[in-house]
Design a protein around this ligand. Structure first.
Ligand code: AMP
Ligand code: MG
Length: 351
Protein backbone atom coordinates (compact mmCIF):
# COMPACT_ATOMS: atom_id res chain seq x y z
CA UNK A 1 0.00 0.00 0.00
CA UNK A 2 1.77 3.17 -1.13
CA UNK A 3 0.77 6.77 -0.51
CA UNK A 4 -1.69 6.70 -3.38
CA UNK A 5 -3.38 3.57 -2.19
CA UNK A 6 -3.57 4.77 1.42
CA UNK A 7 -5.10 7.98 0.10
CA UNK A 8 -7.51 5.99 -1.98
CA UNK A 9 -8.76 4.30 1.17
CA UNK A 10 -10.26 7.60 2.10
CA UNK A 11 -11.38 8.98 -1.24
CA UNK A 12 -14.36 11.35 -1.01
CA UNK A 13 -17.46 10.75 -3.06
CA UNK A 14 -19.97 13.54 -3.56
CA UNK A 15 -22.92 11.28 -2.73
CA UNK A 16 -21.50 10.76 0.75
CA UNK A 17 -23.35 13.88 1.83
CA UNK A 18 -26.55 11.93 1.44
CA UNK A 19 -25.64 9.91 4.47
CA UNK A 20 -26.70 12.60 6.83
CA UNK A 21 -30.26 12.97 5.56
CA UNK A 22 -32.31 13.57 8.69
CA UNK A 23 -35.65 11.86 9.00
CA UNK A 24 -38.38 14.19 7.82
CA UNK A 25 -40.62 15.75 10.43
CA UNK A 26 -38.35 14.91 13.38
CA UNK A 27 -37.05 17.54 15.74
CA UNK A 28 -33.41 17.72 16.83
CA UNK A 29 -33.01 18.63 20.46
CA UNK A 30 -29.37 17.70 21.12
CA UNK A 31 -26.48 19.84 19.87
CA UNK A 32 -25.01 18.45 16.66
CA UNK A 33 -21.46 19.13 15.58
CA UNK A 34 -20.36 18.21 12.08
CA UNK A 35 -16.98 18.74 10.55
CA UNK A 36 -14.83 17.49 7.70
CA UNK A 37 -11.11 17.16 7.71
CA UNK A 38 -8.48 15.88 5.40
CA UNK A 39 -6.97 12.53 6.23
CA UNK A 40 -4.97 10.36 3.89
CA UNK A 41 -5.34 13.12 1.31
CA UNK A 42 -9.11 13.13 1.36
CA UNK A 43 -12.15 14.06 3.46
CA UNK A 44 -13.52 12.41 6.55
CA UNK A 45 -17.00 13.46 7.64
CA UNK A 46 -17.45 13.43 11.39
CA UNK A 47 -20.75 14.07 13.19
CA UNK A 48 -20.98 14.22 16.95
CA UNK A 49 -24.20 14.61 18.92
CA UNK A 50 -24.85 15.56 22.51
CA UNK A 51 -21.58 17.12 23.72
CA UNK A 52 -20.50 20.73 24.00
CA UNK A 53 -18.72 22.37 21.10
CA UNK A 54 -15.30 22.47 22.82
CA UNK A 55 -15.35 18.71 23.48
CA UNK A 56 -16.47 18.04 19.91
CA UNK A 57 -13.71 20.25 18.50
CA UNK A 58 -11.09 18.55 20.68
CA UNK A 59 -12.35 15.17 19.49
CA UNK A 60 -12.18 16.23 15.84
CA UNK A 61 -8.63 17.44 16.28
CA UNK A 62 -7.61 14.21 18.10
CA UNK A 63 -9.06 12.12 15.26
CA UNK A 64 -7.25 14.17 12.68
CA UNK A 65 -3.99 13.36 14.45
CA UNK A 66 -4.92 9.68 14.75
CA UNK A 67 -5.53 9.40 11.02
CA UNK A 68 -2.29 11.22 10.24
CA UNK A 69 -0.45 8.66 12.38
CA UNK A 70 -2.16 5.75 10.62
CA UNK A 71 -1.32 7.28 7.26
CA UNK A 72 2.34 7.22 8.17
CA UNK A 73 2.21 3.75 9.78
CA UNK A 74 0.41 1.81 7.07
CA UNK A 75 2.25 2.74 3.89
CA UNK A 76 3.11 -0.59 2.33
CA UNK A 77 6.05 0.56 0.25
CA UNK A 78 7.31 3.76 1.87
CA UNK A 79 9.81 3.86 4.75
CA UNK A 80 7.13 3.78 7.49
CA UNK A 81 6.45 0.81 9.80
CA UNK A 82 4.55 -1.34 7.26
CA UNK A 83 7.06 -0.48 4.54
CA UNK A 84 9.78 -1.75 6.86
CA UNK A 85 7.86 -4.99 7.53
CA UNK A 86 7.41 -5.52 3.79
CA UNK A 87 11.14 -5.09 3.22
CA UNK A 88 12.16 -7.41 6.06
CA UNK A 89 9.61 -10.05 5.08
CA UNK A 90 11.63 -10.84 1.96
CA UNK A 91 14.46 -12.17 4.20
CA UNK A 92 14.40 -15.52 5.96
CA UNK A 93 15.32 -14.16 9.39
CA UNK A 94 12.75 -13.19 11.98
CA UNK A 95 12.30 -9.57 13.07
CA UNK A 96 10.18 -7.60 15.53
CA UNK A 97 7.00 -6.07 14.17
CA UNK A 98 6.16 -2.45 15.04
CA UNK A 99 3.14 -2.23 17.40
CA UNK A 100 1.13 -0.19 14.89
CA UNK A 101 1.27 -3.04 12.35
CA UNK A 102 0.86 -6.02 14.67
CA UNK A 103 -2.96 -5.95 15.05
CA UNK A 104 -3.40 -5.68 11.28
CA UNK A 105 -1.27 -8.80 10.76
CA UNK A 106 -3.30 -10.72 13.35
CA UNK A 107 -6.61 -9.61 11.85
CA UNK A 108 -5.37 -10.31 8.31
CA UNK A 109 -4.54 -13.88 9.31
CA UNK A 110 -7.97 -14.33 10.88
CA UNK A 111 -9.89 -12.96 7.89
CA UNK A 112 -7.85 -15.01 5.43
CA UNK A 113 -8.58 -18.18 7.39
CA UNK A 114 -12.30 -17.40 7.82
CA UNK A 115 -12.72 -16.61 4.12
CA UNK A 116 -10.92 -19.74 2.95
CA UNK A 117 -8.19 -17.58 1.37
CA UNK A 118 -10.54 -15.40 -0.73
CA UNK A 119 -9.51 -12.49 1.45
CA UNK A 120 -5.74 -12.39 1.21
CA UNK A 121 -3.80 -9.29 2.32
CA UNK A 122 -0.53 -11.05 1.41
CA UNK A 123 -1.06 -10.53 -2.34
CA UNK A 124 0.51 -7.06 -2.42
CA UNK A 125 2.75 -8.03 -5.34
CA UNK A 126 -0.24 -9.08 -7.39
CA UNK A 127 -2.04 -5.82 -6.62
CA UNK A 128 1.10 -3.94 -7.62
CA UNK A 129 1.43 -5.97 -10.84
CA UNK A 130 -2.09 -4.84 -11.80
CA UNK A 131 -1.16 -1.22 -11.05
CA UNK A 132 -3.80 -0.86 -8.33
CA UNK A 133 -1.38 0.68 -5.88
CA UNK A 134 -2.00 3.84 -7.83
CA UNK A 135 -5.08 5.93 -7.13
CA UNK A 136 -5.70 6.44 -10.83
CA UNK A 137 -4.71 3.19 -12.53
CA UNK A 138 -3.54 3.72 -16.08
CA UNK A 139 -5.41 2.44 -19.09
CA UNK A 140 -2.97 -0.18 -20.22
CA UNK A 141 -3.01 -3.85 -21.09
CA UNK A 142 -3.55 -6.22 -18.17
CA UNK A 143 -0.32 -7.75 -16.84
CA UNK A 144 1.21 -10.59 -18.88
CA UNK A 145 -0.50 -13.90 -17.96
CA UNK A 146 2.90 -15.51 -17.25
CA UNK A 147 3.68 -12.83 -14.63
CA UNK A 148 0.32 -13.53 -12.95
CA UNK A 149 0.92 -17.29 -13.14
CA UNK A 150 4.38 -16.91 -11.58
CA UNK A 151 2.95 -15.04 -8.58
CA UNK A 152 0.10 -17.55 -8.20
CA UNK A 153 2.64 -20.38 -8.23
CA UNK A 154 4.45 -18.80 -5.28
CA UNK A 155 1.04 -18.73 -3.52
CA UNK A 156 1.69 -15.93 -0.99
CA UNK A 157 -0.68 -16.12 1.98
CA UNK A 158 -0.95 -14.90 5.56
CA UNK A 159 -0.38 -18.47 6.74
CA UNK A 160 3.20 -18.11 5.41
CA UNK A 161 3.78 -15.69 8.29
CA UNK A 162 4.84 -17.15 11.64
CA UNK A 163 4.03 -14.72 14.41
CA UNK A 164 5.31 -15.45 17.91
CA UNK A 165 4.68 -12.56 20.27
CA UNK A 166 6.02 -9.64 18.29
CA UNK A 167 8.52 -11.72 16.28
CA UNK A 168 7.59 -12.31 12.65
CA UNK A 169 9.17 -14.60 10.09
CA UNK A 170 7.96 -15.27 6.58
CA UNK A 171 8.35 -18.67 4.99
CA UNK A 172 7.54 -17.14 1.61
CA UNK A 173 9.62 -14.23 0.24
CA UNK A 174 6.83 -13.32 -2.21
CA UNK A 175 4.48 -12.23 0.61
CA UNK A 176 3.87 -8.47 0.54
CA UNK A 177 1.27 -7.04 2.88
CA UNK A 178 -1.46 -4.78 1.52
CA UNK A 179 -4.05 -3.79 4.08
CA UNK A 180 -6.08 -1.74 1.59
CA UNK A 181 -9.13 -3.97 2.04
CA UNK A 182 -9.58 -3.42 5.79
CA UNK A 183 -7.14 -0.71 6.94
CA UNK A 184 -9.80 1.95 6.62
CA UNK A 185 -12.22 -0.11 8.72
CA UNK A 186 -9.62 -0.81 11.37
CA UNK A 187 -8.66 2.87 11.48
CA UNK A 188 -12.30 3.86 11.99
CA UNK A 189 -12.59 1.32 14.84
CA UNK A 190 -9.59 2.92 16.55
CA UNK A 191 -11.08 6.37 16.03
CA UNK A 192 -14.44 5.30 17.53
CA UNK A 193 -12.62 3.84 20.56
CA UNK A 194 -10.88 7.19 20.96
CA UNK A 195 -14.19 9.09 20.78
CA UNK A 196 -15.61 6.84 23.48
CA UNK A 197 -12.60 7.48 25.70
CA UNK A 198 -13.46 11.16 25.35
CA UNK A 199 -16.99 10.49 26.62
CA UNK A 200 -18.69 10.71 23.23
CA UNK A 201 -21.61 8.32 22.88
CA UNK A 202 -23.29 9.45 19.64
CA UNK A 203 -21.22 9.92 16.52
CA UNK A 204 -20.63 8.83 12.98
CA UNK A 205 -17.27 8.63 11.19
CA UNK A 206 -17.73 8.43 7.47
CA UNK A 207 -14.82 7.92 5.10
CA UNK A 208 -15.98 8.04 1.53
CA UNK A 209 -19.27 6.23 2.17
CA UNK A 210 -17.80 3.58 4.49
CA UNK A 211 -18.65 4.34 8.08
CA UNK A 212 -19.25 3.37 11.66
CA UNK A 213 -22.02 4.93 13.72
CA UNK A 214 -22.45 4.81 17.49
CA UNK A 215 -25.52 5.86 19.43
CA UNK A 216 -28.11 7.76 17.46
CA UNK A 217 -28.98 11.16 16.12
CA UNK A 218 -30.97 12.78 18.89
CA UNK A 219 -33.15 9.69 19.43
CA UNK A 220 -33.46 8.92 15.72
CA UNK A 221 -31.47 6.44 13.66
CA UNK A 222 -28.79 7.54 11.24
CA UNK A 223 -29.92 7.14 7.63
CA UNK A 224 -27.26 5.71 5.35
CA UNK A 225 -27.28 5.80 1.57
CA UNK A 226 -25.94 2.78 -0.29
CA UNK A 227 -24.47 3.73 -3.64
CA UNK A 228 -25.70 2.25 -6.90
CA UNK A 229 -22.64 0.99 -8.85
CA UNK A 230 -23.68 3.01 -11.91
CA UNK A 231 -24.08 6.15 -9.75
CA UNK A 232 -26.78 7.62 -7.51
CA UNK A 233 -28.41 5.99 -4.51
CA UNK A 234 -29.43 2.35 -4.65
CA UNK A 235 -31.01 2.03 -1.21
CA UNK A 236 -31.25 3.49 2.27
CA UNK A 237 -30.57 1.66 5.49
CA UNK A 238 -31.09 2.97 9.01
CA UNK A 239 -28.53 2.29 11.72
CA UNK A 240 -28.36 3.02 15.42
CA UNK A 241 -26.60 1.57 18.44
CA UNK A 242 -23.21 0.52 17.16
CA UNK A 243 -22.95 -0.50 13.56
CA UNK A 244 -20.67 -0.19 10.54
CA UNK A 245 -21.68 -0.06 6.89
CA UNK A 246 -19.05 -0.93 4.30
CA UNK A 247 -19.32 -1.37 0.54
CA UNK A 248 -16.86 -2.87 -1.94
CA UNK A 249 -17.58 -2.17 -5.59
CA UNK A 250 -16.06 -2.66 -9.03
CA UNK A 251 -16.50 1.08 -9.69
CA UNK A 252 -14.07 2.23 -7.00
CA UNK A 253 -10.79 1.79 -8.83
CA UNK A 254 -10.53 0.35 -12.30
CA UNK A 255 -9.26 0.82 -15.83
CA UNK A 256 -10.67 -0.02 -19.23
CA UNK A 257 -8.62 -1.71 -21.89
CA UNK A 258 -10.03 -2.69 -25.29
CA UNK A 259 -13.58 -2.44 -23.98
CA UNK A 260 -12.97 -4.62 -20.92
CA UNK A 261 -13.07 -3.15 -17.38
CA UNK A 262 -10.48 -4.38 -14.90
CA UNK A 263 -11.19 -3.51 -11.26
CA UNK A 264 -9.11 -3.61 -8.09
CA UNK A 265 -10.62 -6.55 -6.18
CA UNK A 266 -8.50 -9.54 -7.14
CA UNK A 267 -9.52 -13.19 -6.86
CA UNK A 268 -6.44 -14.80 -5.27
CA UNK A 269 -7.32 -18.11 -7.01
CA UNK A 270 -7.08 -16.71 -10.53
CA UNK A 271 -4.95 -13.59 -10.09
CA UNK A 272 -7.59 -11.63 -12.08
CA UNK A 273 -10.31 -9.20 -10.96
CA UNK A 274 -13.07 -11.18 -9.26
CA UNK A 275 -16.02 -11.90 -11.53
CA UNK A 276 -19.72 -12.08 -10.76
CA UNK A 277 -20.27 -9.19 -8.31
CA UNK A 278 -20.78 -5.47 -8.91
CA UNK A 279 -20.98 -4.39 -5.30
CA UNK A 280 -21.31 -5.85 -1.83
CA UNK A 281 -22.57 -3.98 1.24
CA UNK A 282 -22.05 -5.45 4.70
CA UNK A 283 -23.43 -4.30 8.05
CA UNK A 284 -21.54 -5.44 11.12
CA UNK A 285 -20.62 -4.08 14.53
CA UNK A 286 -16.93 -3.46 13.98
CA UNK A 287 -15.72 -1.64 10.92
CA UNK A 288 -12.61 -3.77 10.30
CA UNK A 289 -14.70 -6.93 9.93
CA UNK A 290 -17.35 -5.17 7.82
CA UNK A 291 -14.61 -3.82 5.52
CA UNK A 292 -12.84 -7.18 5.17
CA UNK A 293 -16.11 -9.05 4.68
CA UNK A 294 -17.35 -6.71 1.94
CA UNK A 295 -14.15 -7.45 0.00
CA UNK A 296 -14.20 -11.20 0.76
CA UNK A 297 -17.86 -11.61 -0.25
CA UNK A 298 -17.24 -9.65 -3.44
CA UNK A 299 -14.58 -12.23 -4.34
CA UNK A 300 -16.85 -15.13 -3.29
CA UNK A 301 -19.51 -13.81 -5.68
CA UNK A 302 -23.22 -14.64 -6.07
CA UNK A 303 -22.70 -18.40 -5.93
CA UNK A 304 -20.50 -18.69 -2.85
CA UNK A 305 -21.01 -15.69 -0.60
CA UNK A 306 -23.34 -17.39 1.90
CA UNK A 307 -20.86 -19.80 3.44
CA UNK A 308 -18.12 -17.15 3.57
CA UNK A 309 -20.54 -14.76 5.32
CA UNK A 310 -21.43 -17.49 7.80
CA UNK A 311 -17.82 -18.29 8.62
CA UNK A 312 -16.97 -14.58 9.02
CA UNK A 313 -19.95 -14.12 11.37
CA UNK A 314 -21.81 -11.70 9.04
CA UNK A 315 -25.60 -11.44 9.20
CA UNK A 316 -26.38 -8.50 6.93
CA UNK A 317 -25.31 -8.70 3.28
CA UNK A 318 -26.50 -7.06 0.07
CA UNK A 319 -24.67 -8.31 -3.04
CA UNK A 320 -25.53 -6.92 -6.47
CA UNK A 321 -24.45 -9.37 -9.14
CA UNK A 322 -23.47 -8.42 -12.68
CA UNK A 323 -27.02 -9.04 -13.96
CA UNK A 324 -28.46 -6.57 -11.42
CA UNK A 325 -30.01 -9.22 -9.15
CA UNK A 326 -29.80 -8.37 -5.44
CA UNK A 327 -28.70 -11.24 -3.24
CA UNK A 328 -29.53 -10.64 0.41
CA UNK A 329 -29.81 -12.29 3.76
CA UNK A 330 -33.42 -12.12 5.03
CA UNK A 331 -32.18 -9.91 7.90
CA UNK A 332 -30.75 -7.40 5.40
CA UNK A 333 -33.93 -7.51 3.29
CA UNK A 334 -35.91 -6.35 6.32
CA UNK A 335 -33.67 -3.30 6.68
CA UNK A 336 -32.97 -1.92 3.20
CA UNK A 337 -35.33 0.37 1.35
CA UNK A 338 -34.66 0.51 -2.39
CA UNK A 339 -34.96 3.94 -3.95
CA UNK A 340 -36.55 2.89 -7.22
CA UNK A 341 -38.84 -0.01 -8.05
CA UNK A 342 -38.04 -3.27 -6.27
CA UNK A 343 -35.22 -4.98 -8.12
CA UNK A 344 -34.95 -8.69 -8.77
CA UNK A 345 -34.20 -10.11 -5.30
CA UNK A 346 -32.77 -13.46 -4.27
CA UNK A 347 -32.91 -14.22 -0.56
CA UNK A 348 -30.45 -16.57 1.11
CA UNK A 349 -31.18 -18.84 4.04
CA UNK A 350 -31.06 -16.95 7.36
CA UNK A 351 -27.54 -16.52 8.76
P1 AMP B 1 -12.00 -2.76 -0.76
O1 AMP B 1 -12.23 -1.54 -1.59
O2 AMP B 1 -12.19 -2.59 0.71
O3 AMP B 1 -12.78 -3.95 -1.28
O4 AMP B 1 -10.45 -3.13 -0.89
C1 AMP B 1 -9.84 -3.31 -2.14
C2 AMP B 1 -8.35 -3.22 -1.97
O5 AMP B 1 -7.91 -4.35 -1.23
C3 AMP B 1 -7.59 -3.29 -3.30
O6 AMP B 1 -7.30 -2.00 -3.78
C4 AMP B 1 -6.32 -4.03 -2.90
O7 AMP B 1 -5.39 -3.13 -2.33
C5 AMP B 1 -6.80 -4.98 -1.82
N1 AMP B 1 -7.27 -6.29 -2.32
C6 AMP B 1 -7.67 -6.63 -3.58
N2 AMP B 1 -8.07 -7.91 -3.64
C7 AMP B 1 -7.95 -8.40 -2.39
C8 AMP B 1 -8.22 -9.68 -1.78
N3 AMP B 1 -8.71 -10.70 -2.49
N4 AMP B 1 -7.97 -9.82 -0.47
C9 AMP B 1 -7.48 -8.79 0.28
N5 AMP B 1 -7.19 -7.58 -0.21
C10 AMP B 1 -7.44 -7.37 -1.54
MG1 MG C 1 -12.93 -3.84 2.19
Amino acid sequence: MNEDSIRSLFRPWPWVLLIFLPLAACQMDEPAYTTRFMAFGTLIDLSIIGVDRTTAEQAASALEQDFAFMHQAWHAWDPGPLGRVNRLITHKEGFSVPPSVLPLIRLGKLYEEQSGGLFNPAIGRLIDLWGFHSDAPECRPPPPPEAIRALLKSAPGMSDLDLEGIMLRSRNPVVQLDFGAFGKGYGIDLAIAHLREMGIRNAIINAGGDLRAIGDRGGRPWRIAIRRPSGGVLAIVEVSGDESVFTSGDYERNFVYEGETYHHIIDPRTGYPAKGSRSVTVLHTDAATADAAATALFVAGPENWVHVARSMGIKYVLLMDNTGTMHMTPAMARRVKFMEQEPDIKLSEPL
